[in-house]
Design a protein around this ligand. Structure first.
Ligand code: XMP
Length: 516
């Protein structure tokens, strides 16, 4: 395997992802734990990550000396290159020393010598785009190294010591904006480290199952299902590992999409045979939402009530030792603490945040290292079909944040019907997978219409569809007019209570994806 030593870069997980894409198993260890991780996993290669810190700063992190004595190839990326140069006898200078201001963003390097990292990829004399983000730079490399690529700002864009098989790149090969970066990392693991790329999501699944067994022992685990892909995949994986030690709880807060509860019941109970408790809490949520129109007040009430319901059910089940969650890597902001010993500070947001402490449960989060599309691959590995793993995201507060103004059961029912028609049309047109998220909203205004010979005075339905990579930014999906008018006609004809349909043309920013 490959060991990635994390110095706290925001993109360390992308290194892991690229290594996995190259078909090689890898682990990430915070730099404080790197020594024990080396002993445990006996890696065939090591990658040193970037960092927000600077090598010349006091107390900035270092790699354990043992890494350099292992006799296996090392690739240092950005800070990783600098810390390796420093520890092996080179010199790193701080930025902001007058004329040098660092390189940030797109940069170009020129290849000056052959090197195994460039095999079949880059040749001497060529210029290639890379992505840089550094203020400090190496000014004197360590004995044994030579320069194999330069950039305008960094004469040590890539350095190599082929004797020891130590390499360093000042740029970030793991990010998207270094177009050949994934291939460069693949060269490192395949050609330099000599590891064959035969690792797969199937192997990942087996490794995770063993990990879950080791963590849980004969303890009991409870998992809150949302109907979404992440919690479903987490639950199915955990069930494979520990069988009936897992109980799933699904809270029907009355804010779900059409038939969603039935789909979850049939998938979990009938198909996977996983113990499932379904809580019918619709009345309770609707009562609490009476008269609530402020978006944040809705969200706070729903979040709090959700925890209360979940806690009650957990108690009825006799408690649990662990709470399982489908937390993904993008949900986790991990900051490596530079001074406070081996602890890793974690901030994450989820529906049942706060519960583990209150109920004295530990967390099982088997998807923490994965990105959304990797979870989809794992889901398929676990037998979920394409349609299920490809589902659009759905927010925890559900339809409540798609009904501006007061939420009532009647309005939820109207919205459910319109939303189902819209999504059916999208699926029939073969557009579902090209869209990140599509949904209907029900507006708190009524307008006048005419149907047959009658005057109508009903609600307005808004349609939204966006493309996005991660939900952080989004563009509207450009349906053609005929498609939208087809949806509008069907919704107005088939859904009592709606007599006008509009399309939302707002990107994010300045809008958000949800309306509240
Ligand atoms: P916004 O509306 O902020 O949404 O542009 C970005 C993405 O996050 C989803 N979303 C949520 N997901 N709980 C969730 O689990 C929430 O409270 C929540 N609010 C928004 C939203 O659907 C979109 O995918």
């Amino acid at each position: 395997s490959i060991l990635i030593i994390d110095f706290g870069s925001q993109v360390t997980q992308l290194i892991a992802r690229r290594v996995r894409e190259a078909g090689v198993y890898c682990e990430i260890a915070p730099f404080q734990n790197a020594g024990s991780a080396i002993e445990r996993s006996r890696p065939k290669g090591v990658i040193l990550s970037g960092s927000p810190a600077g090598v010349p700063e006091a107390n900035s992190p270092r790699a354990p000396q043992a890494v350099f004595d292992l006799g296996v190839p090392i690739l240092g990326i950005c800070y990783g290159q600098q810390v390796m140069s420093h520890q092996l006898g080179g010199r790193v200078e701080a930025g902001n020393n007058g004329e040098w201001e660092g390189e940030f963003g797109r940069a170009f390097i020129t290849i000056t010598e052959d090197c195994p990292l460039f095999d079949g990829l880059w040749a001497v004399g060529e210029r290639h785009q890379v992505w840089m983000s550094h203020g400090d730079k190496v000014t004197e490399f360590a004995p044994g190294f030579r320069i194999v690529a330069v950039s305008d700002g960094a004469p040590f864009a890539v350095i190599a010591d082929e004797q020891r098989q130590f390499y360093g790149t000042q740029f970030h090969p793991e990010v998207h904006h270094t177009p050949d970066g994934a291939k460069l990392l693949a060269n490192f693991v395949h050609k330099v480290c000599g590891i064959e790329g035969d690792w797969s999501m199937g192997a990942y699944r087996d490794a995770k199952i063993q990990e879950i067994r080791d963590q849980v022992g004969d303890g009991r685990v409870i998992c809150g299902l949302s109907g979404g892909v992440d919690s479903s995949v987490a639950a199915i994986l955990i069930h494979e590992a520990i069988g009936s030690q897992l109980t799933c709880v699904f809270v029907d807060h009355g804010l779900l999409r059409l038939n969603e509860r039935e789909q979850v019941e049939s998938l979990f109970r009938d198909h996977y045979n996983i113990p499932l408790v379904v809580v019918d809490a619709e009345e309770r949520f609707m009562r609490g939402l009476e008269g609530v129109t402020d978006p944040e007040a809705k969200r706070k009430f729903i979040g709090g009530e959700f925890i209360a319901v979940f806690e009650e059910e957990a108690k009825k089940l006799g408690g649990a030792d662990f709470l399982a969650q489908g937390t993904l890597y993008p949900d986790v902001i991990e900051s490596v603490s530079f001074t406070g010993g081996p602890s890793v500070t974690i901030k994450s947001h989820h529906n049942v945040g706060g519960l583990p402490e209150r109920m004295n449960m530990k967390l099982v989060e088997p998807l923490r290292e994965l990105f959304k599309d990797e979870v989809r691959v794992l889901g398929k590995e676990l037998g979920l079909n394409d349609q299920f793993v490809g589902r659009h995201p759905f927010p925890g507060p559900g339809l409540a944040i798609r009904i501006p103004g007061e939420v009532t059961k009647e309005r939820c029912d109207i919205l459910r019907k319109a939303d189902a028609i819209y999504l059916e049309e999208i699926r029939n047109a073969g557009l579902y997978d090209a869209i990140w998220q599509a949904f209907a909203v029900l507006l708190p205004v009524r307008t006048v219409g005419v149907m047959g010979d009658y005057r109508t005075y009903d609600s307005v339905c808004g349609l939204r569809a966006v493309t996005s990579v991660d939900g952080m930014t989004a563009d509207i999906y450009p349906f053609d007019a005929a498609f939208l008018s087809g949806c509008a006609t069907r919704i107005i004809n088939e859904v009592k209570g709606i007599n006008r349909v509009v399309y939302d043309y707002t990107s994010k920013p300045p809008g958000t994806i949800e309306w509240e």
